[in-house]
Design a protein around this ligand. Structure first.
Ligand code: FAD
Ligand code: EGU
Length: 461
């Protein structure tokens, strides 16, 4: 494929053939390395139907720009549905459409499986890439020549040596566990009280989308939340988020329908009563985990990226986007240090950690905010004020979701940008407050004789 062959001598192992691992294989293949990717599961491209319907994700600017860097943006676009706005579903059945911005500002709803299949095929199209499915990483050393041990389904163990090992093996990363034993490794993992369950909304009787297609649908309900993203087959995948103890308190169809009638009444005909009962009662809620750790590398021998390095709760739609952006950041350091992994991986880890922690925090913060504030008037007022200020100062007042989802500003800078805005808003609100105290004082002073008469009449004096 015309890649530079000078790097062929270095052999890279990529552990994990999920979204980040398969994209990373494309990046490394382009750089000319010999790449061996190992994936625990079977080759999804050869499976008839992976259980459940299609599960989709929101792909935004960071993910799209990264795909662009390996020439894949245009290949992915046909797999996605643009979403130009959120559609808020209120309890009373009313809906409100809130655009993300101008018409060029949209996010894409993409099918996880289709995207993963495309990335696997794209990587495999490079002559210097080989894919190994049904290989589970069991052990790994990070010495001069890193050694890996993989287990096949029949129990057979395969030993290999590499120059560098990439851990792209997800939130419960085995590479990370191995790294933890060999370095001074900081690690923090937390589960939130909420779990999630995926349900689907099939096309309507006319075979069309049952709701507005080009929106991210949200049912915000303080303690509970439901989100729906469109699929190419005109169905929607909805994700229900609620505390595990509530999931566990729903034992039968009566409990379930009662709960949905109280909480998400307009969604029952969309999902379908029978389908809702059948799917809900046959599935179990899945956990949501947040992981922070440091460092991401062991010298020039190993590096973890994607969820393996920074799993986050999904409340910003940034997990995959951040994982994709990891690949772009590493690419830049490899360019800067002429493929010297010792230098590049150290610098990458230092640089990326602050941003990864920032997006983990933002996602967790949004989880808390969605639960406590979404329905409150004050919150909506602040959002409106935020948008108003953005309209008055389009180049200086940029809302947080815009810098996160529609720009490539470093995540920690997104937080900084939000901080000065909050400080300014508080100052403005306090000034208005102080001015009204002064105004009230003036009113009382000028009206003092009238006030005295009034109070006397009312029997207060
Ligand atoms: P994974 O996708 O988990 O892939 C890891 C791969 O490694 C898997 O294929 C696994 O089989 C393999 N593996 C694991 N262990 C081993 C082993 N020992 N040996 C070999 N292989 C192994 N992100 C967004 O950007 N937008 C969204 O809208 C969005 N929505 C989400 C909604 C929900 C409910 C959840 C839970 C997450 C969401 N995310 C979203 C986050 C996104 O799913 C993840 O960030 C993304 O999948 C991370 O990719 P990854 O390749 O790092 O990990
Ligand atoms: C959660 C689960 C709306 C897919 C955050 C917005 C998400 C996604 C939002 C899931 C929300 C929440 C943003 C995007 C996106 C919003 C965002 C969240 C995709 C602040 C499949 N979030 N998500 N914010 O602004 O920036 O629309 O499961 F409900 S996309 Cl929680 Cl932009």
């Amino acid at each position: 494929m015309g890649e530079d062959t000078t790097n062929h001598r270095k052999h890279i192992a990529i552990v994990g053939g999920g979204l980040v691992g398969s994209l990373n294989a494309c990046f490394m293949a382009k750089r000319g390395y010999k790449v061996s990717l190992y994936e625990l599961r079977k080759d999804m491209r050869k499976e008839e139907h992976v259980k459940g319907r299609s599960i989709n994700l929101a792909l935004s600017e960071r993910g799209l720009s990264t795909l662009d860097a390996v020439g894949l943006r245009e290949r992915v676009i046909p797999y996605g549905i643009p979403m130009y706005a959120r559609m808020i579903h209120n309890k009373d059945g009313t809906k409100k459409r809130i655009p993300y911005g101008k018409s060029h500002q949209f996010i894409m709803s993409v099918d996880r499986r289709k995207l993963n299949e495309l990335l696997l095929s794209e990587s495999e199209a490079h002559s210097n890439v080989e894919l190994h499915f049904q290989h589970k990483l069991k052990k790994c050393s990070f010495t001069e020549k890193p050694k890996t041990v993989f287990e096949k389904p029949n129990g057979e163990l395969v030993e290999e040596t590499f120059d560098v090992v990439f851990g792209n093996d997800g939130a419960y990363s085995a590479v990370r566990s191995q790294l933890m034993k060999t370095t001074r490794f900081d690690f923090q993992q937390s589960f939130i009280p909420h779990g999630y369950m995926e349900l689907s909304i099939l096309p309507n009787s006319k075979g069309d989308f049952a709701m507005e297609a080009n929106c991210l649908h949200i049912w915000p309900r303080e303690e509970f939340m439901m989100i729906a993203l469109p699929n190419l087959d005109k169905s929607f995948t909805t994700t229900l988020f609620m505390p595990f103890d509530i999931f566990e308190s729903i034992h039968n169809k009566e409990d379930l329908i009662d709960f949905f009638e109280k909480t998400f009444p307009d969604s029952i005909p969309l999902i379908g009563k029978q389908e809702l009962i059948a799917t809900f009662l046959s599935r179990k809620a899945l956990p949501l985990v947040s992981v922070k750790c440091k460092p991401y590398n062991k010298d020039g021998k190993a590096v973890i990226m994607g969820d393996a390095a920074h799993a986050m709760v999904p409340f910003y739609g940034q997990g995959m986007n951040a994982g994709f952006e990891d690949c772009l950041v590493l690419e830049q350091f490899l360019n800067e240090y002429n493929d010297d992994f010792d230098e590049a991986l150290d610098k990458y880890s230092q640089y990326r950690h602050v941003d990864a922690v920032s997006i983990c925090d933002l996602a967790m913060y949004n989880y808390i905010e969605m639960r406590s504030l979404v329905n409150s008037k004050f919150f909506l007022m602040r959002k409106a004020l935020d948008n108003l200020l953005n309209r008055i100062f389009p180049n200086t007042w940029i809302p947080l979701y815009t810098t996160v989802s529609f720009s490539q500003l470093r995540y920690h800078k997104c937080i900084e940008n939000k901080k000065w805005q909050d400080q300014l808003l508080n100052t403005i609100l306090k000034t208005i407050g102080a001015m009204s105290v002064v105004g009230l004082g003036y009113l009382v002073w000028t009206q003092r004789t009238n006030l005295i008469v009034l109070l006397q009449e009312q029997g207060f004096m």
